[in-house]
Design a protein around this ligand. Structure first.
Ligand code: G1P
Length: 297
């Protein structure tokens, strides 16, 4: 008899990068703490995890990243201050940031690549499937992106990643999949079986224009594949190279996410994410829209 499919309870959030694309803003402050409207970037990923049924979050940090740990620590003095000064709703919002979530931290002392960062979580993850969320990308939709992958994993028992079509001139910025549609598993035309994934190919060598957008559900066996991965693009241990082996030997699914995806990984993308998330914000949206419409450009 086949084993029951294990529930996804844990997520790994790599946050050890140097943030060089945001200098000088990130000289002393982690990129993950830059605010998009009223929340630091990394909080969007944490909220997505919670909305996807995950309650243990493993953050891979590095030097100068203490602000992340402080942000996800409880803040009783702040909560008391807000309550005593007539702001109980804000106090509750602050409490909610960490409520019911278990946070673990481990450090990546050298920037050896995304695959290497994920491998550092091996002991904390143990022998169960887990999510990986790259905080640069905000996914916003009716169903959280990680939840959509959890559903694919529940159905197939295999790993799954989100993808999105990008214009040909942008394929060199992403992992690009070679995948075939699988319309018979209940996900309509959104599900694909991955045959291969290539990290940041040139336009000529890209097998498609479906890009990996930074959400993954992976089986624990992926740690072995990462261990056997040689340095690839930029001399780094690439998660994508381990996924190639996973796709070929165990199976991997790509899900074309139907919500909005904002790649806040560089200054322009970050501005776009900020403007669009501000427009969607119930409190700020209407007056921000009015302000934008009034701009003489
Ligand atoms: C990483 C991954 C890449 C993926 C991208 C999504 O690249 O290596 O496969 O497409 O995230 O944002 P990075 O943007 O960290 O260079």
């Amino acid at each position: 008899m086949s084993q029951p499919i294990k529930r996804v309870r844990k997520a790994v959030l790599p946050a050890a990068g140097l943030g060089t694309r945001f200098l000088p803003a990130t000289k002393a402050q982690p990129k993950e703490m830059l605010p998009v409207v009223d929340k630091p970037l990394i909080q969007y990923s944490v909220e997505e995890c919670v909305a996807s049924g995950i309650d243990h979050i493993i953050i891979i940090t590095g030097r100068r990243k203490n602000a992340i740990e402080d942000h996800f620590d409880s803040a009783p003095e702040l909560e008391r201050h807000l309550e005593e000064h007539g702001r109980p709703l804000m106090a509750e919002q602050i409490r909610q940031i960490t409520s019911g979530i278990h946070f673990s931290y481990t450090r990546q002392s050298e920037a050896l690549g995304l695959g290497h960062a994920v491998l550092l979580a091996r002991e904390l993850v143990g022998d169960e499937p887990f999510a990986v969320l790259l905080g640069d990308v905000i996914h916003d939709g009716r169903v959280p992106a990680t939840k959509a992958l959890v559903d694919v994993h529940q159905k197939t028992g295999q790993g799954a990643i989100t993808v999105e079509e990008v214009p040909p001139e942008k394929v060199h910025l992403y992992g690009i999949v070679d995948a075939v549609p699988e319309p018979n598993l209940g996900f309509g035309d959104r599900l694909f079986r991955v045959r291969d994934v290539i990290e940041k190919p040139s336009r000529e060598h890209a097998p498609s224009n479906f890009a990996v957008t930074g959400r993954y559900i992976l089986p624990p066996e992926v740690f072995e594949y990462i261990e056997n991965t040689k340095p690839g693009r930029n001399g780094e241990i690439q998660l994508t190279d381990a996924l190639r082996m996973l796709a070929k030997e165990q199976g991997l699914w790509a899900y074309n996410y139907d919500g909005s995806t904002y790649d806040a990984g560089d200054k322009l993308g970050f501005l776009r994410a900020t403007v669009e998330m501000a427009l969607k914000n119930p409190e700020l949206g209407p007056s921000f829209r009015e302000y934008l419409q009034g701009l003489k450009l």
